[in-house]
Design a binder for this molecule. Structure first.
Ligand code: ZN
Ligand code: ZN
Length: 370
């Protein structure tokens, strides 16, 4: 476990790794347009900024609103502030027109078609090439700083959950619970919730992405809560089912099967194991309980600066896990009109296997007594 609080990210090392990766794909430069990737490569946490990177120069293209912030957050990067009258794409084109590269690689996933066409028309003497996933692949392997940040985020999410659990009252609505939980996370130092918190009472727990409503807790014996915190830009992602009294036997059966599937899947996680294989382990366990058809989504995803990053534990994902990846493991089974159970924890792939980063109780006897 990483505990060094003074740990700082090494942005120039990240940029060197990016350039090495690009070179192996035949690319010699990159116009980074994803704000998350700009942040990962420079430390800048604002928006509306591009990063131009070659072996010889690193240029952050931003606007005057961010000038002060960039000076305090970013080091060893040339800063280019665009005039308020130009768009970021035109400013990028103007800057690139002055450079001698004949081929410009551009992040395709975070560049709109309109931006791409505009860039092309402003750079008639250059060829635009599409680059996808180069920075995202680097971001799959978390460094010590990132692991520390994710652990801080998890700690906040867990403490806030415990505090909120103690406040629960029968008349509280899903929306009130979500608001209390978000406020508790902010009070504990989070910038915000990691995503829109999901709270589903009773049959509403069967909606995998249900928005919190005015339905009160007293309408059912159980409630599903899916939440996470954002701390220093890094996220966490957990799900628990909370019981206010003993639920129907059918729900207990679902819970026990989902928990077993989750624990079996976690046990299978390690470097070199295919992502699809972990998903298959969970499905096999649910199949034995006759619930496999009710497991209607992938088993998990990587996260960090964004809640859904490029690693997916699901069918067809035939890449091996690598040490340093952080993934959620979140099997769920859902019966529309009755209810759903999902249990989600955050797991780090280590050199020898894995480490579960989350620690909230989930065993049947523990959650029933709480
Ligand atoms: Zn979640
Ligand atoms: Zn998730």
């Amino acid at each position: 476990m990483v505990t060094n609080k003074k740990l700082l990210p090494d942005y120039s090392k990240r940029r060197d790794r990016l350039l090495r990766g690009l070179r192996s794909q035949g690319a010699k430069n990159l116009l980074v347009t994803s704000p998350y990737n700009v942040s990962y490569l420079t430390g800048f946490t604002g928006e509306d900024s591009f990063l131009w990177i070659t072996p010889k120069e690193v240029v952050l293209l931003s606007d005057a609103r961010y000038e002060e912030q960039i000076q305090s957050e970013v080091k060893d990067v040339e800063l280019l502030i665009r005039a308020p009258s130009t768009t970021i794409v035109d400013a990028a084109a103007d800057a690139l027109a002055l450079r001698d590269q004949a081929e410009i690689w551009v992040e395709a996933a975070s560049t709109s078609v309109a931006q791409w066409e505009r860039l092309g028309s402003r750079l008639p003497n250059k060829a635009l090439a599409s680059c996808s996933g180069a920075v995202e692949r680097l971001r799959e392997i978390k460094d010590a700083y990132e692991l520390n940040a994710i652990q801080d985020s998890i700690r906040i999410a867990e403490r806030a959950f415990k505090a909120t659990s103690e406040l629960l009252q029968p008349e509280m609505s899903e929306k009130q619970i979500a608001d209390e939980l978000e406020f508790a996370m902010r009070r504990l130092g989070a910038e915000s919730a990691a995503f829109k918190i999901i709270v589903g009472v009773g049959e509403r727990s069967a909606l995998p992405h249900g928005r919190p409503s005015n339905k009160p807790l007293r309408d059912s014996s159980f409630v599903l809560i899916d939440w996470g915190a954002k701390k220093n830009g890094y996220l966490s992602d957990l799900t628990r089912v909370v019981f206010t009294e003993r639920p129907p036997a059918k729900l207990e059966k679902m819970y026990r099967a989902v928990l077993q599937a989750q624990m079996d899947a976690i046990e299978a996680i390690g470097p070199g194991v295919l992502m699809s294989q972990i998903d298959a382990v969970a499905r096999r366990t649910l199949e034995k309980a006759g619930l496999e058809k009710r497991f209607t989504h992938g088993l998990g995803h990587s996260f960090g600066l964004e809640i859904h990053e490029s690693v997916r534990l699901g069918k067809g994902q035939d890449r091996p896990l690598e040490a340093g990846m952080v993934v959620t493991v979140e099997p769920g089974v859902y019966f529309p009109g009755f209810g759903g159970v999902r249990i989600e924890d955050d797991v780090l792939v280590t050199d020898s296997g894995n480490q579960v980063l989350t620690s909230l109780a989930k065993q049947w006897d523990e959650v029933l007594e709480a």
